[in-house]
Design a protein around this ligand. Structure first.
Ligand SMILES: [Zn+2]
Length: 394
């Protein structure tokens, strides 16, 4: 994996510069795919259309026997993996650099890449599709065209491995490490009693490799999702159908609201996984390695104000205040506005914040009475200096 670390130092060389934030649209993706049309290593095919008639495109690359299917953004507002895939396509289309890795992948694997499964959702930066259906709960009913495309493709390709690529809330923590879960993994269960078979075990082993690759970049910032069975979801059903399915979720990282750092780590995770499938090094990992990844917990707030001194009826009391930023998409779906909400009050000693203020030595002035589930309206100061001002959540 040393070559992977060297490669990461040269990320600039293949990073897709057209994408700078999470709000790129279907048309932006088409420009990126267009570049591949003249490259004979890639096969592009429109495999269907979204509810609103936008094209959904499959890219095929490589000539190896191991079939790997990767799909991203079935939730329209989960764009990180699509950015990483754009970078991956650039990487694969530049054989001058890192040719060894590309040769290995092309000889051993065939990649089937379906970026932006939910373009209608991406257009308005919404989780659901244009029918307001959560595609990842539509595996059984198949009411959305997007779900039909995805399910049919798995049946056609019959991949050995599947990469199910998502974003998660930035409030997930990597167990009790005090860090956010910047990346989370799951080898989804294929039945209610969470059985293990070789299909699922292989997914766990690849995850173990991916985890150890990215731990070097983000130590103790990786989490593992609880493996509750969801019979309506794609990952669970693909696992049941015999495709070793790996869920990767992009979470939060300090000062990275547009997930441009996470995008690189996500890319590294994908590539580490692909390399381990190609050279079969994943077989050396164990399912124990997988279970050693700490389980995700929701212990994070975006802002945590510790030891605030407040008063009620003349009696002083101590209060920790957890604030979480709610994202509201702007009309043009070109950005989001953040509103800081009061989401927890009380003893938050065992919780963490992306930003923390110890208010023991500061004064907290409530511009408006602090209330749970309401926007925060407060000032933290020491008489002369203001540390934090929030006005109606802004
Ligand atoms: Zn998702």
């Amino acid at each position: 994996m040393d070559s992977l670390n060297i490669l990461m130092e040269n990320y600039q060389a293949f990073e897709e510069k057209r994408i700078k934030d999470r709000f790129f649209k279907h048309a932006d993706l088409l420009i990126i795919l267009d570049k591949l049309k003249t490259n004979t290593d890639f096969m592009l095919k429109e495999v269907g259309q979204s509810t609103k008639g936008l094209s959904i495109n499959l890219i095929t690359w490589g000539k190896g026997p191991k079939r790997v299917f990767l799909w991203s953004q079935m939730h329209g507002d989960e764009a990180t993996a699509t950015m990483s895939i754009a970078d991956l396509l650039n990487f694969l289309s530049n054989p001058d650099q890192f040719g060894q890795i590309q040769d290995l992948l092309a000889d051993k694997c065939t990649l089937y890449i379906l970026p932006m499964v939910n373009p209608d959702g991406a257009e308005v930066f919404d989780r659901r599709n244009a029918m307001d259906i959560d595609i990842n709960r539509d595996f059984r009913r198949q009411q959305s065209p997007e779900a039909r495309i995805l399910r049919n493709l798995r049946d056609e390709i019959n991949p050995h491995f599947g990469f199910n690529l998502h974003d998660q809330s930035t409030l997930w923590s990597a167990g009790n490490t005090g860090n956010p879960a910047t990346i989370s993994f799951l080898a989804p269960a294929y039945d209610k009693i969470l059985s293990l078979n070789s299909t699922r075990e292989q997914a766990m082993k690849v995850i173990a490799i991916m985890n150890s690759a990215i731990q070097k970049t983000i130590p103790d910032q990786v989490g593992r999702f609880e493996d509750e069975y969801e019979p309506r979801a794609f990952g669970d059903n693909f696992q049941a159908a015999g495709t070793s399915t790996i869920l990767i979720e992009a979470g939060g990282f300090y000062n990275d609201p547009e997930k441009q750092h996470i995008r690189k780590i996500f890319f590294k995770a994908i590539l580490a996984g692909l390399i381990s499938i190609a050279d079969e090094s994943y077989l050396k990992a164990t399912t124990e390695d997988y279970f050693l990844i700490p389980e995700n917990k929701k212990l994070h707030f975006h802002i945590l104000l510790r030891n605030c001194k407040l008063e009620k009826n003349g009696i002083p009391y101590k209060l920790d205040i957890g604030l979480s930023a709610e994202e509201k998409v702007t009309k043009d779906a070109g950005s989001v506005k953040y509103t800081y909400m009061v989401t927890e009050l009380g003893d938050l000693t065992d919780y963490f914040g992306y930003e923390e203020f110890n208010c023991e030595y500061f004064t907290l002035t409530e511009t408006k009475k602090i209330k749970i589930d309401e926007p925060a309206d407060l000032i933290v100061h020491n008489g002369t200096n203001i540390l934090l001002t929030l006005e109606n959540g802004f």
